[in-house]
Write a protein that binds this ligand. Sequence first.
Ligand code: HEM
Length: 148
Amino acid sequence: MEVLKVVNFWIHLLSGFAYIGGIIFLTLFLSPVAKNYVNDLKFRLFLEEVHDRFQKFSGLFIALILITGGINIHFAHLMRGNFSVAYFVALTFKILFFSIILTHYLLTLKLILGKDKKEGMSEIPFKQPTFILGVLILMMAAFLKHLP
Ligand code: HEM
């Protein structure tokens, strides 16, 4: 049981960091630099390919986060017994923020799957809201760790 708990937690951390880390990279590093090159069609195509690839991998990470997050709840319940009100509130907010990210993800996926050919992209869609929600989710994770 300990091994399952550790492996599950490890997959949760890996997927969470890959997904939120990717969003942080796109928002803080790629987008500000991209602004200087949006007039170049080759660069717009490059940005679109980076974004499409990130979205495709994100599907896997999001599925893993949801499955391992659910299993984490089970183990946290075994370890803590009944959750305190504060723990329950932090967990609810974490799931709420994640659901909003998921909605943005599904909207972007619709854009990607609906297009016939690559036309280039001048900015990453939904980057600011997903960035803020990602940071808030990590804050909720920090609360969960230290709440009874
Ligand atoms: C992008 C989304 C997510 C990220 C980045 C993330 C990140 C994390 C991190 C860093 C921890 C470790 C906290 C610690 O050190 O103990 C954690 C724990 C946990 N996560 Fe997530 N998480 C995400 C989504 C979810 C979702 C959707 C759920 C619920 C379905 C969930 C449920 C949990 C639970 C129950 C724990 C254990 C908390 C405890 O120690 O009691 N997470 N998460």
